[in-house]
Write a protein that binds this ligand. Structure first.
Ligand SMILES: Cc1cc2nc3c(=O)[nH]c(=O)nc-3n(C[C@H](O)[C@H](O)[C@H](O)COP(=O)(O)O)c2cc1C
Ligand SMILES: [Mn+2]
Length: 477
């Protein structure tokens, strides 16, 4: 892997523009309009990225960039892969790369463009940035929907930098929301709070896509997202020390907030509600820890990276990164001949394609994939001739190769979360956040696969070469 060919968010936007998928919009309202336009655009076939400027009530140049990586092409570009790869080929390339990635610790530098503008103390006003009200029933505007939250473990010095949403409550007050107590940020903050201290924290708004992807990855405790982003980039992330927090901050970032996350014993604020990636609200307002913002820094004409959760199938990433993880897990568990993996409906449905080798092969893959599928209820196993990224093909396999009375199993009490809309609020409140999963074996039955009716369809390779050869004639009007 040669790494990425962008340095910062602006470099990425320039590459997106070269691909022809950038749209510039002026005059939109941060209250619901930016969010609405973003959701509509994400549902269009070409799925353009959007750069909003001249936002109503804000100075020209204070911009919001959305749908950065929602298309498979731009998700590939963000990883430094060829955006012309087919989605399934891009995911396969990423799966292989990810297994061999070498962590690259960040590199300390002295200069950062975000020191072009600084405000501290009583001058701090987070309200100067056009934080969108993303969905109309959200509890308020969110400056952080695609922002990194940076903290240092007080015992080991490990820097955690992952994505948690950040709601604006006042000129120097924002909240940070942890989905559950196992989040690294929650674990680190608690260590400070237990000593009766506030936790130094920085919010990185407008990170580049390598940081955005790293912030979503499940990394082990002690591993910094900065090192993983460096591995994606093929060179270290450059960081400068925040003058107020001492925390390392990506030098290419657009807008930085530095401050303290206050002990919840002292203060909390009602956070949310916030539309989730399931397409629903998961809860009403809940108390969340408060960050007192002590300093803010921003580049001239700053760009806020916005990544609101939207109704599926729209998702932050146009390549299902979690499916690459499951694919690697299957291989690591000794399941051979996995030829593809994908997730549909914003990671709520997992599909694995295998070249069947023995009786029980498909179910072996299905059980592991089910165990590793967060929140989803559907796991489908298909034969190697079916493209798992093509939902129509997957449904064809289900409707022609699966006999429900024989080929479907249900596993109970499996991994979900408090965001799951199909678990009662009463259950969620008492921590009963498991669901069940249906494993659909949509492969030809192994024992009589040789007698299974032959398909009349073109193979994926045949279809591809015909499309290459006859593309011009087929597109003529
Ligand atoms: C756009 C986006 C928004 C997210 N928002 C939240 C959030 O508000 N709270 C949360 O706990 N996790 C959120 N996540 C998921 C975490 O970032 C993800 O699970 C990450 O791996 C957690 O990192 P950690 O292991 O360092 O805690 C979000 C992910 C993305 C991509
Ligand atoms: Mn982490």
């Amino acid at each position: 892997m040669s790494g990425t060919d962008y340095e910062d968010l602006r470099g990425f936007i320039a590459r997106v523009e070269e691909l022809g998928s950038l749209r510039r919009l002026t005059g939109a309202d941060a209250a619901c309009e930016i969010g609405g336009i973003t959701e509509v655009a994400a549902g269009l076939g070409e799925c353009p990225a959007l750069l909003f400027d001249d936002i109503k009530g804000y100075p020209r140049g204070f911009r919001v960039f959305t749908n950065a990586t929602v298309s498979p092409q731009r998700a590939a570009l963000a990883l430094g892969l060829d955006p012309a790869l087919s989605p399934i080929a891009a995911l396969k390339a990423w799966k292989s790369l990810r297994t061999g990635l070498k962590m690259q610790p960040p590199l300390a530098v002295k200069h950062a463009s975000f020191f072009e503008n600084t405000r501290t103390g009583a001058e701090v006003d987070v309200g100067i940035f056009p934080s969108p009200l993303w969905h109309k029933q959200d509890g308020g505007p969110y400056i952080g929907s695609g922002s990194l939250v940076v903290m240092r473990d007080p015992d080991t010095g490990w820097i955690n930098a992952s994505i948690y949403r950040v709601q604006v409550h006042g000129h120097d007050r924002v909240t940070i929301q942890f989905d559950h107590p196992g989040r690294h940020g929650a674990i680190i903050a608690r260590k400070y709070w237990e000593q009766g201290k506030p936790c130094p924290v920085a919010i990185v708004n407008g990170p580049d896509p390598s940081l955005f992807i790293a912030g979503f990855e499940y990394l082990p405790e002690g591993t910094s997202e900065y090192a993983f982003a460096g591995a994606i980039r093929g060179r270290p992330v450059e960081v400068v020390a925040g003058p107020h927090s001492g925390l390392p901050l990506p030098a290419g970032a657009e807008i930085i907030l530095e401050g303290m996350l206050l002990p919840p014993g002292e203060i909390t604020l009602p956070e949310g509600p916030f539309g989730e990636f399931t397409g629903y609200y998961a809860a009403d307002k809940r108390p969340a820890p408060v960050m007192r913002v002590e300093a803010m820094h921003w580049r001239n004409d700053p760009i806020l990276l916005g990544s609101p959760p939207m109704k599926p199938p729209r998702f932050h990433f146009g390549l299902p990164f979690r499916a690459a993880g499951i694919w690697a897990d299957l291989e690591a568990s000794g399941v051979t001949d996995v030829v593809g993996a994908w997730q549909h409906v914003a990671q709520l449905m997992t599909v694995i394609a295998i070249q069947q080798r023995y009786a029980g092969h498909a179910k072996r893959a299905g059980l592991i994939a089910a165990a590793q599928s967060y929140m989803g209820r559907l796991v489908v196993i298909v034969d190697a001739d079916v493209d798992p990224s093509n939902l129509a093909d997957v449904m064809w396999a289900i409707t022609t190769r699966c006999e429900p009375s024989e080929s479907v199993d249900i596993v109970r009490n499996t991994w979900s979360s408090a965001l799951d809309p199909r678990i009662t609020m009463e259950d969620r409140n008492r921590g009963q956040t498991a669901n069940s999963k249906m494993i659909i074996d949509a492969c030809m039955p192994f024992s009589w696969r040789d007698e299974f009716p032959k398909t009349s369809a073109l193979t994926q390779d045949e279809a591809h070469s015909i499309e290459e050869k006859w593309r011009f004639a087929l597109r003529q009007r």
